[in-house]
Structures are given as structure tokens and as C-alpha cells.
Design a protein around this ligand. Structure first.
Ligand SMILES: Cc1ncc(COP(=O)(O)O)c(C=O)c1O
Length: 479
């Protein structure tokens, strides 16, 4: 049986309460009209207490550096620390976006080369590094769709999506005022007949994640492209799952017109905590002039910020993108090289299928077939024991494993979505499977009341997403 894990548990101190934040401004030598009238609301404490406070909090938390984190779709892989070190180098951090181009040629070179490398990996013609996350990339891509048809004088107001789509896809389309048409899945892939019926003169674009969020590769991708192109629409590729196909195929080869990357999943930035991320957008040759400006150009051996794209949708972020995330991706791509990136995808797929095979007779595996980098089980059979997928997820924490994604994708009842990632060893994968087997043998009451060994018990997830309190200041304002 797997070893039971125990998380550190310290009394939680409210350092803002205990170390008075309310101080008076005294002896301010500045004239009244420019002097602060209120002291900053920060705790007054010695360095060692600050360090202890944050060290204890980190020990009451769980992260990729503590253990296995198989969060499906979110790709919580271990990322090499050399990239973190690089991001602390003075050349990387002691620069300013308003510096003259001549003084940041090295930075511009890295951005230029990264644009080219991402274009090569994705099979797209050109790339903008500006978007700050996957969802932001989606919105940028759809703004390009919008502008493309506006210039052509065509009014197309529908975005088609499969029912496996990540929630950000319909949200991005909705934000831009598009009507979304959901296509059902058949055997875990886009239902081609339903797609044919939906595609038409109102279709602006079809958005596809491939492999999709069930971890299944949409083998009809080229046929999908044909149907949408024949209807005059564009194809958007959600590249969040690119870590399953790098070096094997690409959105360009699948005939897609626009795509985004999630650098913070695929190319070395840790994913989580809400950012910062990076969602570069790649486009086909026909759409290159629509990218947001500036992109980084090169002429006569010099790098420059190019604002001259003829049909540009304009700027979609302050300055040029999340630079340090870009730097990590650049370093990772160079370090891995072409063979290394292909091996990343092969290993991610191998790990996923190894676990799928060990678990497919333990919990139900809808659409039983090979998977790419992730797979989705259904916990619907647990009902007879009075359990839900949520209970299993919570109990896994007691065994020292972060829970997989649960209740997504929506088309699988009581979904448990597992993405082991390429970096994990067989022993770790086996340990997780053994923990799951052990949990299924336990007294259901122990499982229903889990977690027992963590610093915090069950939290109100719904309340946390509806009313997030992410900083002390937000808490003060909420009071
Ligand atoms: C399939 C898919 N698409 C889009 C996104 C959105 O990416 P981001 O969280 O960077 O906005 C995610 C995020 O996990 C995803 O899994």
C-alpha cells in the first residue's frame, strides 16, 4: 500500500493583524502637498519572521516541487531550474521596454528567434509574442478572424466548437459577440455529420484542440479543415495540448489558419497561480499582416520593433509580451533541440498510456482507445459506494499526490482527468495508481471525509471562484 503522507500544519498567523499595519506618519520632512498622509499598510516585522512566515506557508502547500501533480489539461510539469536562473541574470531583468532599440539588441534577437522557432514548431508562417495567456491568445486570434472578414466585407457571426472544448474557447468567442455553435462528439471526436450541418455562410471560425481534452487525437482534422474552408470560414487551433504532438505533426500540417501556444504549459514556464503566462499566436501567410504590433523584425543585421503590418488588429498588451516567460521558452527550446522536443511529446504520451492501461479496468474509461498526453476516467461507478470523484480527489491528497483535474471535460460524467507529463518516472506513476487502488478498497467514510492529513480540509471551491480573495488588500476591501 502507498505510504500515507502528512502535510505540515502550523497555526495560521495573520501577520497583518499581529504586526500592526496602522502606523502614523511622523516627522515627515516633506511639504504637506506632496507628503504621504497615511503610512503604507504593511506589517512591521523583522526579516527572520517574514522568512518563517512564508516558509511555513509553503510547507502547508502542495506544488510540483513537492510531488506528482497530474492535473489534466493544465500540464503541471516540472520545469528545469536553469531557465529560472537565466531569468535572474542582470541582462534579463535590468532592462526597460522604453530603452532605445540599439541598447537591447540581444533581447530583440531572442524574441525574433523565438518567433521563428515557434513558427517552425507549429508550422505557421508568423508569430506574435504579445498575448499573456492561452485565453488571451484565443481572443487575439478571434480578433484577427473578425478583422479578416470585416476587410473582406463578409458578415460572419458564428464560431463552431466541439463539446470537448475548454471553457475559455466559448468564453473568448462570446466576449467578442460571436454566437457559439456546439458540435456533439461521436466516439470522443468531432461528429463530422453535425459539423457539416453547422458549417455555412455564417461560420467565421471553427476552434479545435487536438489532441482534444479527452486526450484523443482528432484523426479527421484535415477533413474538418476542408469542411470549414469550403464554407469560407477559418480554422483556429487551441495549442494548449501541443506537448502531445511536438515534432510529430503541427497545426500548420493540419491546415489551420490561426493558433495559440501555452508557453506556460509546453515550454518551460511553471503553470499555475494565475500567471504570468504567455500565449503567442501563430498565423498562416495569408493572415500575417493581421498580427498585433509590434512584432520583432530584422533588417541589415539589426533587430527592430516592426509597427508596419498593413492589416494589424493593433496592440493587445502593454509593451511586447511577458518577456521572462519568453526567455524561458527560448532557453528550453535551444536546450532540448528538435529531437528533445519530439522526445518530450513521446514520453508524455507513453506515460499517459501506461497509466491509462493500468487504470482502465479500475474506473470506467469512456471511449476506450489509445490516448495522447492525457486521459479521462469516469467515477460514475463510485455512486454505489456513496462516493463521488471529488472524494477520490481529496483522498489522493492524503497519499501525497495532487488530485487530477475533476469534472472536466463536461461530457464525461464524474470526470477524472489525468495528465502525468513527460517528466515523471515509472515508479511515481505506479505509486499513484497503487494509491488509487488502495483508496477504492478503503472504508467509504474515510474517503468521503478526506483529506485528513493536509493543512487545510475541504474548502468551498465554488465560493473561491465566485469571490476570489487573492491578496491581503483584497481581504481588507472585502471586509
Ligand atoms: C485546452 C485549453 N485551452 C485553453 C486554455 C487556456 O489557457 P490559459 O489558462 O493560459 O488562459 C487551457 C488552460 O488550461 C486549456 O487546457
Amino acid at each position: 500500500m502507498s505510504q500515507i503522507y502528512r502535510q505540515a500544519r502550523y497555526p495560521v498567523h495573520d501577520i497583518f493583524q499581529e504586526h500592526s499595519v496602522e502606523r502614523e506618519v511622523t516627522d515627515n520632512p516633506l511639504p504637506d502637498n506632496i507628503a504621504r498622509r497615511e503610512a503604507p499598510r504593511i506589517p512591521d516585522m523583522p526579516e527572520y519572521e517574514v522568512i518563517r512566515h512564508f516558509t511555513r506557508l509553503s510547507q502547508m502547500n502542495y506544488g510540483v516541487d513537492s510531488g506528482f501533480y497530474p492535473l489534466g489539461s493544465c500540464t503541471m510539469k516540472f520545469n528545469p531550474k536553469y531557465a529560472e536562473l537565466l531569468c535572474r541574470e542582470t541582462e534579463a531583468v535590468d532592462i526597460h521596454p522604453y530603452q532605445p532599440e540599439d541598447t537591447v539588441q540581444g533581447t530583440l534577437m531572442i524574441m525574433y528567434e523565438l518567433q521563428q522557432m515557434l513558427a517552425e514548431i507549429s508550422g505557421m508562417d508568423s508569430v506574435s509574442l504579445q498575448p499573456a495567456a492561452g485565453a488571451h491568445g484565443e481572443m487575439t486570434g478571434l480578433l484577427i478572424v473578425n478583422e479578416f472578414f470585416r476587410k473582406k466585407g463578409e458578415e460572419r457571426n458564428e464560431i463552431i466548437l466541439p463539446d470537448t472544448a475548454h471553457g475559455t474557447n466559448p468564453a473568448s468567442a462570446g466576449m467578442l459577440g460571436y454566437k457559439t455553435i456546439e458540435i456533439p462528439s461521436r466516439d470522443g471526436c468531432v461528429d463530422m455529420k453535425a459539423l457539416e450541418e453547422a458549417a455555412g455562410e455564417n461560420t467565421a471560425a471553427f476552434m479545435l484542440t487536438n489532441p482534444n481534452t479527452l486526450g484523443i487525437f482528432e484523426e479527421n482534422a484535415l477533413q474538418v479543415a476542408e469542411i470549414i474552408h469550403d464554407a469560407g470560414g477559418l480554422l483556429y487551433y487551441d495549442g494548449a495540448n501541443l506537448n502531445a504532438i511536438m515534432g510529430k505533426t503541427s497545426p500548420g500540417r493540419m491546415d489551420y489558419d490561426i493558433m495559440h501556444f501555452n508557453l506556460h504549459k509546453t515550454l518551460s514556464t511553471p503553470h499555475g497561480g494565475g500567471g504570468p503566462g504567455s500565449g503567442p499566436v501563430g498565423v498562416s501567410k495569408e493572415l500575417s499582416s493581421y498580427l498585433p504590433v509590434p512584432v520583432v523584425g530584422r533588417a541589415k543585421g539589426r533587430y527592430y520593433l516592426d509597427y508596419s503590418l498593413e492589416n494589424t488588429i493593433g496592440r493587445i498588451k502593454g509593451f511586447y509580451g511577458n518577456w521572462l516567460v519568453l526567455l524561458r521558452a527560448y532557453a528550453y527550446i535551444l536546450r532540448e533541440g528538435s529531437d528533445g522536443l519530439t522526445a518530450v511529446s513521446e514520453r508524455a504520451v507513453l506515460n499517459s498510456n501506461y497509466m491509462r492501461k493500468r487504470l482502465e479496468n479500475v474506473l470506467e474509461l469512456p471511449y476506450g482507445q489509445l490516448r495522447k498526453h492525457e486521459f479521462v476516467l469516469s467515477g460514475s461507478g463510485l455512486k454505489k459506494k456513496g462516493l463521488r470523484t471529488l472524494d477520490i480527489a481529496k483522498r489522493l491528497l492524503d497519499y501525497g499526490y495532487h488530485a487530477p483535474t475533476i469534472y472536466f471535460p463536461l461530457i464525461v460524467e464524474e470526470a477524472l482527468m489525468i495528465e502525468p507529463t513527460e517528466t515523471e518516472r515509472k515508479e511515481t506513476l505506479d505509486g499513484f495508481v497503487d494509491a488509487l487502488l488502495s483508496i477504492l478498497d478503503e472504508d467509504p467514510e474515510t474517503v468521503r471525509t478526506a483529506p485528513h492529513n493536509t493543512a487545510v480540509k475541504r474548502v468551498d471551491d465554488a465560493q473561491a471562484s465566485r469571490d476570489p480573495v487573492l491578496s491581503y488588500r483584497m481581504r481588507l476591501n472585502a471586509k
